[in-house]
Design a protein. Structure first.
Length: 264
């Protein structure tokens, strides 16, 4: 469509796919579950400076699709959680005041990284936190993540909410200053929704997100089964049932931790 030369499959008919392929119109079904991959990551350095041995854990919850009314709310929540690596050169503009920085990375010296992600698709979504630490801290790392996930449905500070909304608005507008990103935005919106909405539309939606919206959307996600992926030396990874129990506890405590607290 964009060049004058004929396509290669007209020159070489053997490359053409003559089968009638029907478009898959089925709707994805979120199920949750766990994937564990044991791996020795103690010596993965490519250069002379050794990298620390890490175990990686992702805990995800069912989020919402692109056209859901809570899509923008989940985007604001993602900015509010934030995160990054244990070292970041920069100030507040790098997200140093987000929850995963103030509650996790600045508090636990053994935490190598912790970052929140919000993946939205046409019919569903996944909100998750990816974190890494030395395998000896995998149990504590799991506890920290379940606590932060359950805290999303708790009290939301006015200042942290407004900061997250402004960060999301500024990120959206700054990205759209680049023409290739504008082209990509047009294509993605048309593919996902059949039309393209102007940035002002999303600016207003972001502005109208309230603390009650965050708590409601978080509570809905916490009622889903978790999706968990773990990579590395996983001897100290809690069981799936323990992690599910922690996400149902209002304080995010793993069952073993709760038993310990009863007799303290």
């Amino acid at each position: 469509y964009f060049v004058d030369r004929p396509p290669i499959w007209e020159k070489m008919p053997t490359l053409a796919n003559n089968r009638n392929i029907e478009v898959d119109q089925s709707v994805s079904q979120y199920t949750g579950g766990i994937i564990r991959e044991e791996a020795d990551l103690s010596d993965v350095s490519l250069g002379p400076n050794p990298l620390p041995e890490l175990a990686h854990l992702v805990i995800g919850l069912e989020s919402v699709g692109l056209q859901h009314s809570d899509f923008v709310t989940c985007c604001v929540l993602n900015k509010m959680m934030g995160g990054g690596g244990s070292f970041s050169a920069g100030g507040p503009g790098k997200g140093m005041y987000t929850r995963l920085y103030t509650n996790v990375l600045n508090r636990y010296h053994w935490m190598h990284s912790a970052t929140a992600y919000n993946h939205a698709y046409s019919d569903s979504g996944l909100f998750c936190i990816h974190a890494s630490a030395h395998p000896s801290h995998l149990g504590e790392l799991t506890q920290v993540l379940t606590r932060e996930l359950t805290a999303m449905a708790g009290q939301v500070g006015k200042e942290e909410l407004e900061r997250a909304k402004v960060q999301l608005q500024s990120m959206l507008l700054m990205n759209l200053e680049r023409r290739p990103v504008v082209f990509e935005d047009i294509a993605l919106q048309v593919l996902a929704t059949g039309k393209r909405l102007q940035p002002d539309y999303y600016m207003e939606l972001i502005k109208n997100v309230t603390a009650d919206d965050i708590v409601r959307a978080s509570g809905q996600m916490l009622r889903s089964k978790p999706s968990i992926a773990a990579l590395g030396t996983l001897d100290r990874l809690p069981s799936l049932s323990d992690m599910e129990g922690a996400l149902l506890d209002k304080n995010g405590q793993l069952p073993s931790k709760r038993r310990f607290m009863l007799f303290r």
